[in-house]
Write a protein that binds this ligand. Structure first.
Ligand code: CTP
Length: 404
């Protein structure tokens, strides 16, 4: 049951191969997947929605029954639910719409909205497949990361022989299973991630904090989960929704974070510390709201917080991989290397937070990965993408294959 628990949205468009999609649904189900089918109006001319409804045991969404107002709700729900999106058969028409971002029916609207990986299994007449327009569309789609299965070559329904035949259902399902198993390199590993900003309380209504949004840590927790890890996320103040399928432990201050990390570290194989931890806390913390004083100046005394990463570094067991982040404004690599040593880390992700597109509260980041024996520059990219590159590097370090 390779696809156990996976949610797959299958888009069926209007081609003669639509009948073969019934077998795709059966095979996906047998492999454990929860399948949701969206049919275009034309597809319903080739095969009845009831067939898919019976095989998938889920409501089939098709424009025949839904009014445009319904799309707005349904397309978002299905777009978000999908672990993977498959369009089979994919006609020249849907491929062209996808390439241009046209959203004029339920399927194209959902495809435009989804963040899930998309697979297409094209099926059309050879002339349509080889047409310059279709080939240009395919190029655009593959550049965007859409994966193409087939089409095969052979006798086509129209009597022509050549490329354009939809791949066999067994082959399509095998490709999908392959994709899920290949991407599962963290299965069996326990990953502990910290994210967000700590808050150091002065009184019940005031605290000292920083600009961290938790985006990087949450992206890492999500990516590790997708790659099969069992993930624990220790989080401070964050602006992002927490990931699903992850054990989440809230903390407020650096001291809370330290307690959580000391308790959790021994049970994890990989520890990734993205949290922006306050280096100091208030010496005095008031239990009631601090009142305005009569004098014009007041002095608040700060005392040093524990260096959580360094404490975690002391707990390090053989085989464990510890990863830290370094937020720097100058002498990036030199400072990061010092932190790598001081905190007994295996890898440090060094950010120059002064560069546009890097650092706190942005969707993108720029970083240098530094480990003993090598480094790798990660140019400006989405934090979600960077999360994957960091996880890739950790796997190389684990296997002892990491050279620059
Ligand atoms: N860190 C920590 N505990 C602290 C401070 C930082 O665990 N009290 C961790 C962060 O989660 C990060 C790494 O240490 O993984 C580096 O954080 P950074 O703020 O860049 O460095 P500091 O050690 O605080 O040094 P400085 O502020 O002097 O740059």
């Amino acid at each position: 049951m390779i696809l156990e628990g996976k949610k797959i949205v299958l888009g069926v468009t209007g081609g003669i191969a639509a009948y073969k999609s019934a077998e795709i649904v059966s095979r996906l189900r047998r492999s454990g997947a929860d399948v949701h089918v969206i049919m275009t109006r034309n597809a319903t001319e080739f095969i009845a929605p009831l067939t898919f409804q019976t095989l998938s045991r889920n409501q089939v969404v098709s424009d025949t029954f839904q009014t445009p107002e319904n799309w707005q709700v349904e397309h978002v729900a299905l777009a978000q639910l999908a672990d993977l999106f498959l369009v089979a058969p994919a006609t020249a028409n849907i491929l062209a719409k996808m390439a241009c971002g046209i959203a004029d029916d339920m399927l194209s609207t959902t495809l435009l909205a989804t963040k899930a990986p998309i697979f297409v299994a094209p099926a059309m007449n050879t002339g349509m497949w080889t047409a310059e327009a279709t080939q240009e569309n395919m190029k655009r789609l593959t550049q965007r990361g859409v994966r193409v299965i087939g089409p095969g070559t052979g006798m086509l329904a129209c009597g022509d022989s050549g490329a354009g035949r939809m791949s066999e259902p067994a082959e399509i399902v095998a490709e999908i299973e392959n994709w899920f198993t290949q991407g599962q390199d963290y299965r069996g590993l326990r990953v502990l991630v910290t994210a967000g900003a700590t808050r150091e309380r002065l009184d019940p209504v005031r605290f000292m904090t920083n600009d961290s949004s938790g985006k990087m840590g949450i992206a890492i927790a999500k990516a590790a989960r997708q790659r099969g890890a069992e993930v624990t996320l220790v989080y401070g103040a964050v602006t992002q929704p927490l990931p699903e399928g992850v054990t989440c432990i809230p903390v407020e201050s650096a001291m809370d974070l330290r307690d959580a990390m000391v308790a959790e570290t021994p049970a994890h194989d990989v520890v990734i510390q993205t949290a922006a931890v306050a280096d100091y806390r208030f010496l005095n913390r008031f239990d009631t709201k601090m009142k305005k004083q009569s004098q014009r100046e007041i002095t608040l005394v700060l005392v040093e917080n524990p260096d959580v990463a360094a404490e975690v570094g002391k707990l390090k067991k053989p085989g464990q991989i510890l990863v830290g982040f370094a937020a720097e404004t100058n002498q990036l690599e030199e400072n990061a290397e010092k932190k790598l040593e001081k905190k007994n880390l295996d890898l440090i992700v060094a950010n120059d937070v002064t560069r546009p597109g890097a650092g706190f509260n942005t969707d993108t980041n720029i970083a240098t990965l530094i480990w003993r024996g090598g480094r790798e520059e990660l140019p400006l990219q989405q934090k979600t993408e960077m999360a994957q590159r960091i996880l890739d590097r950790i796997q190389l370090l684990r296997s002892g294959n990491s050279v620059s």
